[in-house]
Design a protein around this ligand. Structure first.
Ligand SMILES: Nc1ncnc2c1ncn2[C@@H]1O[C@H](COP(=O)(O)OP(=O)(O)OP(=O)(O)O)[C@@H](O)[C@H]1O
Ligand SMILES: [Mg+2]
Length: 602
């Protein structure tokens, strides 16, 4: 939230800034021809613009002289005057036009880079992040690249170029005191601007921090719209929001008034400088050393120089903000992915689909072990069920099989290949999952179904939907397959989402299947129908089923009972019942529940 403040207090800011600027260069260098041409245009337009006052001087001087040639000479000069102005503006626009491609191309490449990098980062990172913040970093980072280029090419470099030109002219054409006054004015101007801007920055930081906070509160409250209503807390939310905004208001007012101070100070310095120069020029004219044209020229040059200088204070501040944004973006790019392919990783080859966990131990955080020495095998084409209390680590098994995390100990293999040694891409291709919570893209149902296999045709998608018993429901919707599912798929019921997930797996048709409570949100009737369909799909597939309702896994070839990260029992349904252990106890409980509901229903 207050990343600007953190950024500012960093003593290495300067070095970091220049390092970041250097990192930006390769993105610009794709179009080096254009960059060079734009810089040439910049110099040309500045030369033309600085040339204008010279012609003006000639015009004034010529008109001042009483002679016959008066009617011819000024005309040429006046045309030259117009031509120069035109050239100035032409080269200026040409520079913008040529540079546009460089700018937007750099933005696009950097954004794509960051986006791809984000997808490379592991689940751990994504569970910790705040989506809003990351997307802001991405957005700000990309626009910072554009604004830095903008300021550089359109403000800072031109101003420097112009300053050097003007100073050189004054220095060579006029007495040294002109150059000295200009030079000191600019130096004082810079120091003043720098100091005041540094002082003002903290108002801006405060404003930004409070702005982000208010934004966060608003977004959070809106996301939790239902919860706010359930607890009648609209007023509380409104007050909290307003409180933050009142702090923002104060900071904003201070920032604005201090800006006026800055502007006035800058204006005064310029006014004093220009006055002194004009006094010198006036003296020069009186003493006959200078013509009236010289006076006009000096005045025009000064004004021309100070106008862009006036923007420099703003540009300086904006540049600092942009550099801070860019730094955040590069920090994101510098994050190392936790799960990476080995350098010599090969794609996995799966013929049979035998899955084996050998002495696997795993912890999300070192101080809290989740799985402890878990070993099991799923023979090709067989079905293994995992049951156990909530939090036992069942879904974790599925995450490890997908290699979302690396295990701390032991080894997981598929057809005798260590999953940590093969490419992640090929590994994830051979496994399909119906996750415990299905989240959908805010797009059409068709898009979400087809996502499992982007090259599937409509026929295949519908076939999968039919197998998952969702085709008829979709057909009954006014927009059919084109129905939008809402944010995260929230416009669909839990059971409907689950069936979309099942259809997706059917469409993907991988060798190994994982069902994590795949039918938990379905009513008994729908569940029965889908289980029949699933066992058809799962025939010849190696299947890992995680289930709460034991009745759904009676037919499993092997059942593991997981408790506290350990396998406490294993066997078939029948043998487990005979053991009279945890499984038998759970089975007993669920049977009782069932008869109770039957009794209630009657
Ligand atoms: N990303 C994570 N970081 C830290 N701890 C986690 C993370 N994900 C899960 N856990 C913890 O790991 C344990 C096992 O989680 P898991 O999701 O495997 O449970 P489960 O057996 O599937 O439970 P349920 O039946 O409720 O789905 C839980 O106690 C959970 O709090
Ligand atoms: Mg789970």
């Amino acid at each position: 939230m207050s990343h600007y403040i953190r950024y500012e207090s960093d003593p290495h800011t300067q070095r970091k800034d220049s390092r970041n600027l250097r990192r930006m260069l390769p993105f610009i260098w794709d179009y080096k021809g254009r960059v060079l041409f734009a810089l040439l245009c910049l110099v040309a337009s500045k030369m033309a613009i600085v040339g204008v006052p010279f012609i003006l001087k000639q015009v004034v001087d010529t008109l001042g002289v009483k002679g016959e040639s008066i009617l011819i000479l000024p005309l040429t000069l006046l045309i030259a005057y117009g031509a120069l102005r035109l050239a100035g503006s032409l080269f200026n626009e040409l520079r913008d036009a040529v540079f546009a491609k460089v700018r937007y191309h750099a933005m696009r490449r950097i954004s794509t880079n960051v986006f791809n990098h984000l997808h490379r980062l592991s689940l751990r990172f994504h569970l910790d992040r705040r989506t809003g913040n990351i997307s802001r970093d991405l957005e700000r980072g990309a626009s910072s690249v554009s604004s830095i280029l903008n300021y550089m090419v359109f403000n800072i470099l031109p101003t420097i170029a112009e300053f050097i030109l003007v100073a050189a002219i004054l220095f060579t054409q006029y007495p040294t005191r002109f150059a000295i006054v200009i030079f000191s004015t600019v130096v004082i101007y810079f120091i003043f601007t720098f100091l005041i801007t540094e002082w003002r920055m903290h108002f801006r930081h405060e404003m930004n921090a409070l702005d982000s906070k208010a934004n966060g509160q608003a977004v959070d409250a809106l996301l939790n719209y239902e919860t706010v209503k359930y607890f009648n807390n609209e007023k509380l939310e409104g007050q909290r929001y307003d409180q933050t905004l009142s702090g923002w208001e104060q900071a904003a007012v201070r920032s604005q008034t201090s800006m006026s101070l800055l502007n006035f100070g800058q204006g005064s310095i310029i006014a004093i400088g220009v006055t002194i120069i004009m006094v010198f020029a006036g003296q020069g004219v009186v003493s006959g050393q200078m013509s009236i044209g010289d006076l006009v020229l000096v005045n025009a040059l000064m004004l021309q120089l100070f106008i862009p200088l006036g923007f420099l204070g703003i540009v300086y501040r904006q540049l600092k903000y942009a550099l801070a944004d860019m730094d955040l973006m590069f920090k994101l790019l510098d994050r190392k992915a936790e799960i990476r392919d080995n350098r010599d990783a090969q794609p996995i080859t799966v013929k049979e689909g035998k899955v084996s966990f050998t002495a696997v131990s795993f912890a999300y955080q070192p101080e809290r072990p989740i799985l402890d020495n878990v070993s099991f095998e799923i023979e090709p084409g067989q079905k293994l069920a995992v049951v156990g209390p909530s939090g036992a680590g069942k879904s974790t098994l599925a995450r490890l099989l997908f290699r979302f995390y690396d295990i701390n100990d032991g080894v997981i293999t598929i057809d005798d290949q260590d999953i940590a040694q093969v490419t992640q891409q090929s590994l994830r291709e051979v496994i399909g999952i119906v996750p415990q919570d299905t989240v959908l893209f805010n797009d059409t149902i068709f898009y979400n179904l087809q996502y499992a296999k982007p090259d599937a045709d409509k026929e295949q998608v519908m076939q999968a939907a039919k197998l998952a018993h969702i085709h008829e429901f979709i057909q009954s919707l006014p927009d059919g397959y084109d129905t939008m599912v809402g944010e995260r798929g929230l416009k669909l019921s839990g059971g409907e989402k689950q069936r979309v997930a099942i259809a997706r797996v059917i469409l993907k048709n991988p060798k190994i299947l994982v069902f994590d409570e795949a039918t938990s949100s379905l009513d008994s009737q729908a569940e029965k129908a889908i289980l029949a369909a699933l066992s058809e799909v799962a025939a010849n597939h190696t299947t890992l089923v995680i289930a709460h309702r034991l009745s759904t896994i009676i037919d499993a070839d092997q059942i593991l009972v997981l408790d506290g990260g350990k396998i406490v029992e294993r066997g078939t349904h029948r043998s487990l019942l005979e053991q009279h252990g945890l499984y038998a106890h759970l089975w007993q409980l669920q049977q009782e529940e069932k008869t109770e509901t039957v009794v209630q229903d009657v």
